[in-house]
Design a protein around this ligand. Sequence first.
Ligand code: 4AD
Ligand code: MG
Length: 461
Amino acid sequence: MKRIEIRDLHKTYKQFENQVITVCGWARTVRDSKNIAFIELNDGAFKSVQVVVEREKVSNYDEIVKTLVGSSFKIEGTVIVTPNAQQPFELNAVSVEILGECSADYPLQKKRHTVEFLRSIPTIRPRGNLFNAVFRIRSVSAFAIHKFFNERNFVYVHTPIITANDCEGAGEMFQVTTLDLDRVAKSGKVDYDKDFFGKKVSLTVSGQLHEETLTHAFGKTYTFGPTFRAENSNTSRHAAEFWMMEPEMCFCDINELMDNEEEMIKYVISYVMQECKDELEFLNKFVDQGLLERLNNIVSNDFVRLDYTEAINILEKVKERFQFPVKWGIDLQSEHERYITEEVYKKPVFLKNYPKDIKAFYMRQNDDGKTVAAVDLLVPGIGELIGGSQREERLDKLTTRMAELGLNEADYSWYLDTRRFGTNVHSGYGLGFERLVMYLTGVSNIRDVEIFPRTVGSIQG
Ligand code: 4AD
Ligand code: MG
């Protein structure tokens, strides 16, 4: 008999009332009261199914009740609708096949474990409720992103992972080489001519520059893939390997860019709220009690749009409360961002027109000569969720800025083609996908929204 998935069964159980169906899964609990036993069976759906096993109805009762939590089963049972019980239906077993017994050292024995403990068992933690909810939401929100851009004529492009350019200019790249480093150390010099690509290359920090060339063919594009940063930031919001989603639009200025960001965030939140009700309720109960209220608020209110200079004025008024000094020109610290978004506005804030010296070379230079049309989206609890800008579309301004920053124009000649051949006002942004998942789940550490997190000094598997 074909098995029914438990996620579907929770939607359709009424149509199977009093019929025998088949389910497969792992036991979350096995309880024995002599002649009747209860198995909470989970197959990956957030909600499990309760299976009632009566001694007289199955041939292997004693074997079944000896199995331990985590064992896998194939169960045939009659669907009994139980409108007055805690769960709306249960399965009354007619046959229970033990597929794989679980050994006694299975680490998920208790109902609740600390996230730190769970982090130490990355292969097993996805089997608990917390990771079930988080990784379902991760999947559903990725799908929502694709749906959003697909409905708006964007083309999804796959930009290279190995690159010879540092998009953000921060020098925080992982080098990729096939040179024998021991031999290099002995010889005392590196000969990049002999390396795989014949030059120095790294893992990408952002797909933006390559993507822009595609945007100038399709008009609207987005990338969504892994990015890598060798940033020595051991915080709850930084990972060395993370996913970034980067839309880029031609004939689009900074204001239209913010409109797209706001619409996209609201769309993804609404979609997740509709598709992941059980997961969000669980997270709202056990992880972050303000989660649902916050998500509802975001969907129904406008985001704030604030100039960097105004933000500095606000921060200067209360500068004694911060550890880091506040003055025009600084790169905002997380404590500053949090004050603006969590205390002053209590909602998402677009911070725009930053000093040019703290931003990347490709951003549109404003007429004041001091700022660029950069815009970061700051959100309560996370800080920077999105970084983006209107791009410098004027070739001369762009090359002058590159020279000021010591970039070799010849290395970027392929990128400058976009400005040589039909340049136009265009804009784009990069969304830190793990930070979005943190925002959607209330989970406060990036290590708990990646399956095998890679952070400075730490890698497993
Ligand atoms: O602000 P960033 O550095 O922007 C760019 O890379 C642009 N090229 C994007 C673009 O305009 N197409 O990074 C974008 C976002 C940040 O706002 C943050 O959410 C996330 O990527 N991010 C990280 N997330 C996790 N760990 C890290 N180490 C991150 N660094 C950036
Ligand atoms: Mg940024």
